[in-house]
Design a protein around this ligand. Structure first.
Ligand SMILES: [Zn+2]
Length: 361
């Protein structure tokens, strides 16, 4: 039985997300979560997943969402981030089912000072739920990993209680993902905090599992955001298996991998590291830095190759152009932006391949 026999195409929520994650664990693959900042990047990711016949996770970061709304809108009280994530969500909901693949719609890291953003999205989820019987988003992330553990778990639990009636998923982070992303800098974090102990993961499990099963955990195993020189990062994916077995034993569970784990800072990781993490029950891997670079590459190469044609609206024989016809077909954004979409498409497909997520429908 294939994935499309158990979940529909388009944005999925609640139990369908659970079915997807269980299916991924059983079939030993994980789904890339692609950070998107525009309808163009959303479409490139959807097209890539459709052509490889795979499910996909699309996510908006706080800054990415503000960009989606428009840099001209003030982000006072998180208004641009709230508006942009909702606009992005409606775009994804409008087009996703036409690509014929299941899509998880997610929002990325939300630290304590950004909680008004999460509150705004949750209000949109509740309004959507009233009309449609499901939330607008499939899931959100809350990231209080910079706060003391007790505080992290206490506030995460409160938010999870608000999500649960909608079967809205919540991803949380315990331990710190190193590096820098979306303006949050953990480059000087304490090295021990980069490796979450199993006891802490179990505490999260104990706090959240009585409420609902719809949660996932980003536990730190030396992973960092961004791409650094080789050797800078010591990944210990075996910690993930330890967490799984610790929870399994202490909660007396049958399931081989009871936790839905999330791999942050996937950009720059080796194929082997990714494979190992997936074999330990990782269901989602975030990809941002590498797809940003890929999107640029197509635009950059197009501009460099057609530099002359882009310097004026009409070809100029005196400047070495072949003819003096209009250059519109070069500078039309549908042309040069499409080149960025094509190179991003390839990078999304590479992430899928690394995660074993090819022909998984
Ligand atoms: Zn992250």
């Amino acid at each position: 039985m294939g994935l499309l026999d158990i979940v529909p195409a388009g944005v999925i929520t609640g139990d369908n997300v659970k079915k997807l994650f269980d299916y991924a664990q059983e079939h030993h693959f994980a789904i890339p979560a692609i950070n998107c900042t525009s309808s163009s990047t959303v479409n490139a990711a959807l097209e890539a997943a459709r052509d490889q016949k795979t499910p996909l996770i699309i996510q908006f970061s706080n800054g990415g969402a503000a960009f989606y709304a428009g840099k001209g809108i003030s982000n006072k009280d998180q208004q641009a981030s709230i508006l942009g994530s909702i606009a992005g969500a409606y775009h994804v909901r409008s087009v996703a089912k036409h690509y014929g693949i299941p899509v998880v719609l997610h929002s990325d890291h939300c630290a304590k000072e950004l909680l008004p953003w999460l509150d705004g999205m949750l209000s949109a989820d509740e309004a959507y739920f009233k009309d449609h019987g499901e939330p607008l988003f499939s899931s959100h992330m809350i990231d209080l990993s910079a706060d003391p553990k007790e505080e992290n778990i206490r506030i995460t639990k409160q938010y999870f209680e608000r999500c649960a009636p909608m079967k809205l998923w919540l991803e949380m982070e315990i331990g710190i993902t190193g590096g820098e992303e979306d303006g949050v800098n953990n480059e000087s974090a304490d090295k021990d905090a980069l490796y979450t102990p199993s006891e802490d993961v179990f505490e999260v499990y104990q706090a959240l599992s009585p409420i609902a099963p719809y949660f996932s955990i980003a536990a730190a195993f030396g992973n960092v955001h961004g791409v650094y020189k080789p050797g800078n990062v010591v990944l210990r994916p075996e910690l993930l298996e330890q967490h799984q077995q610790y929870v399994r034993k202490h909660a007396d569970l049958d399931k081989k991998h009871p936790l839905y784990l999330v791999f942050h800072g996937g950009s720059g990781s080796t194929e082997e590291e990714i494979k190992t993490a997936v074999s330990y029950g990782v269901v989602k891997m975030n990809v941002d830095t590498d797809t940003q670079y890929a999107y640029l590459a197509g635009v950059r190469d197009f501009v460099l190759e057609n530099k002359n044609r882009l310097m004026s609206q009409v070809g100029d024989l005196s400047k070495g152009d072949d003819d003096d016809t209009p250059n519109k077909k070069f500078y039309d954004p549908r042309n040069w932006i499409r080149h960025g979409e094509k190179t991003m498409y390839k990078r999304v497909q590479q992430a899928n391949t690394d995660l074993g997520n090819v022909n998984t429908l």
